[in-house]
Design a protein around this ligand. Structure first.
Ligand code: G6P
Length: 614
């Protein structure tokens, strides 16, 4: 939610900021804006995408070597030019960009209005923050960083901010709490950004700011970091592994399509060095340190949002089936407000692609406070959730830029499958021979995904044409395929805006069956060996009401092929691994349908990839 980037150095800031904003656009695309220092402050902001801002600045003065940029996902106030960032203070001296939510903004705003006569032009909480900093600064004539620090002690909520002061040229001040912020340290230049993607082409050396830290950056004194208690803090410089090619479309029309086709490689990457098929073992460094506690866990609680929650649902089947470990899967947003029971014998897994989702972070904090062992399954290295957990395993699928998650989902499921196999073996639920058989088959999955992607393309494109004019669709699955049905429906609705519901196949009879008529497309994920006959009956029930059935089946399943209107076949595998295959045609189908409907697949309306507000 909202991307921020800032630059100070010898280069022209404008192209660095615009390129950075393009990289961060997945975080929100309601409006974009920049501010540049060059003796005075030039601020340009526009409703819409970064490309609209570029158009707007064509004939403007864009000179300057210090500046900041913002791409917005609207929270307080509609997406328009006035509510776009940067926001200014009342005197026009300070400018600020912000990612997060200032929860006590209303109280602060009325105090600033009533006691100090401030006037506001936007509806944003961000404008309140910049006015507050200005008020603190003016009262005692403080340097910018000190005014920011003192003002932030009055603020409740989440923020990653960058502030500049017209009276203090050549300085940027940045601070964070609960929203991410990375400082890139180059040769004679610094960048600040919501993630490393705008930084990587300038430097690979970064510092991750901690919560409640204020960074002051000048070319003379470099980077100085203090906490809100005014103590100077020290930081380790990390080297980021990101490559620029990973941030480009590489010949594909959309990032989403590139990411779907990357999956044979990304699943392999997730297993690399961790799974040895020949010797029949899986090892995860993050688990080894805590193996005793994990093996003896009474219960596993899994937290996530969106697609990551669906991966968690699959994990429930995996851990219970393979490791005989009781599991509860929770929406992070519900868990944290429910006064949940967490014991110190519990292991809490947090699943998050970005590692920044506000609800997942807060739920995890709560679980940690209550004594559970916390374990992160995260993609973005160095992200907040990765740093909060006691331990964890990165899924290593590379940057995911399309807002609809694809390769992160299969990376998460691969990781959870490896964890379930390890725990199954260590807890004695899986005999060695069965464990090794499963390890061996898991290693075959990337090859099977590759084959599937090649084989299903034509069929999926054909089905997308059938689906493109639909208003509604149902996705049904049983067992391991129920969460796949949820994920298939989510993919379709979020990028094509066709209403789609995921349901357990048998539950259909308790409601959705009323919706079925000759116009209803029903996707049945029917790869199960167990309960095969039951799924067959569910298909018959849909057919009897004239619904159109598209079945995802296992190669050679003649029975289902005979009754379904359309079938998409996946290669045969062990049942616990089927989600890694059955989800692939559903991702592709959502993609092609959305493209046929003229939708912007990578930036669907109203959504953002990284949800850093609650
Ligand atoms: C947003 C994204 C989804 C993602 C969810 C959770 O809704 O659009 O793709 O699954 O957030 O994000 P996380 O980064 O925690 O996996």
């Amino acid at each position: 939610m909202c991307g921020i980037v800032a630059y100070i150095g010898a280069k022209d800031a404008y192209p660095v900021l615009i390129k950075g904003l393009t990289r961060l656009e997945y975080r929100g695309y309601d409006s974009a804006g920049i501010a540049l220092q060059n003796g005075h402050l030039n601020i340009y902001k526009k409703k819409g995408k970064v490309s609209d801002l570029e158009e707007f600045t064509k004939d403007k003065d864009i000179s300057g070597h210090v500046g900041m940029g913002h791409t917005r996902w609207a929270t307080h106030g509609k997406p328009d030019d006035t509510n776009a960032h940067p926001q200014k203070g009342g005197t026009g001296r300070l400018v600020l960009i912000h990612n997060g939510i200032i929860e006590n903004y209303a109280v602060l705003k009325s105090a600033l209005q009533n006691k100090h006569g401030h006037k506001f032009v936007s509806e944003t909480d961000t404008e309140v923050l910049v006015h507050l900093i200005e008020e603190v600064q003016m009262r005692e004539n403080l340097p910018l960083e000190e005014a920011v620090r003192q003002a932030l002690t009055q603020v409740h909520g989440a923020y990653a901010i960058v502030v500049m002061d017209k009276e203090e040229p050549g300085k940027i001040v940045a601070a964070r709490k609960s929203s991410p912020l990375v400082v890139g340290i180059g040769k004679g230049e610094f960048l600040v950004a919501s993630d490393a993607t705008p930084i990587v082409e300038h430097t690979k050396n970064v510092v991750y700011l901690n919560d409640e830290e204020v960074a002051t950056i000048t070319l003379e004194n470099g980077l100085i970091i203090k906490n809100l208690r005014n103590e100077t803090t020290t930081h380790t410089v990390h080297e980021i592994e990101l490559e620029i090619e990973q941030l480009e479309k590489g010949g594909y029309d959309y990032f989403m399509l590139k990411e779907i086709f990357e999956q044979p490689v990304t699943i392999e990457e997730c297993m690399r060095g961790r799974l040895n098929a020949e010797e029949g073992w899986i090892r995860l460094g993050g688990m080894e340190e805590h193996m005793k506690r994990m093996v003896n866990a009474q219960r596993m609680i899994i937290l996530g949002c969106g697609t990551s929650w669906h991966a968690g649902m699959i994990a429930e089947y995996l851990f219970e089936d393979l490791a005989r470990l009781p599991v509860e899967v929770e929406y992070a947003s519900e868990f944290r407000y429910r006064n949940p029971i967490v014991r110190d014998q519990d292991v809490v897994l947090a699943i998050s692609q970005s590692g920044e989702t506000a609800d997942t972070f807060a739920a995890l904090e709560l679980a940690k406070e209550r004594g559970a062992l916390t374990y992160g399954i995260v993609n973005v290295v160095g992200s907040s959730i990765a740093r909060l957990t006691h331990s964890g395993s990165y899924i290593h699928v590379g940057p995911e830029i399309g807002v609809a998650s694809t390769k992160a989902f299969t990376g998460q499921v691969t990781m959870l499958t490896m964890m379930a196999l390890i725990l199954g073996y260590e807890r004695g639920a899986l005999p060695k021979s069965r464990y090794q058989e499963l390890v061996h088959e898991l290693a075959n999955i990337p090859g099977k995904v590759d084959k599937l992607l090649k084989n299903c393309q034509k069929q999926v494109e054909y089905l997308a044409k059938e689906l493109m004019d639909a208003n509604n669709s149902l996705y049904l699955g049983r067992g391991y395929n129920f969460p796949v049905a949820l994920e298939g429906a989510l993919k379709l609705k979020e990028i094509s805006y066709i209403h789609a519901e995921g349901y357990p196949a048998a539950e259909m009879k308790h409601g959705p069956i009323a919706l079925i008529d000759e116009n209803m497309l029903v996707f049945v994920i029917a790869t199960n060996k167990s309960a095969h006959d039951k799924v067959l009956s569910n298909i018959q029930e849909v057919k009897a009401r004239k619904g159109i059935v598209v079945a995802v089946t296992t190669e050679g399943d003649k029975e289902i092929k005979a009754i379904a209107d359309h079938t998409i076949e996946i290669p045969a595998t062990e049942e616990p691994f089927t989600p890694l295959l059955s989800v692939i045609p559903l991702q592709l189908l959502a993609y092609h349908t959305a493209v046929l409907r003229g939708c912007n697949v990578d930036q669907p309306r109203n959504l953002a990839k990284s949800v850093t507000v609650e």
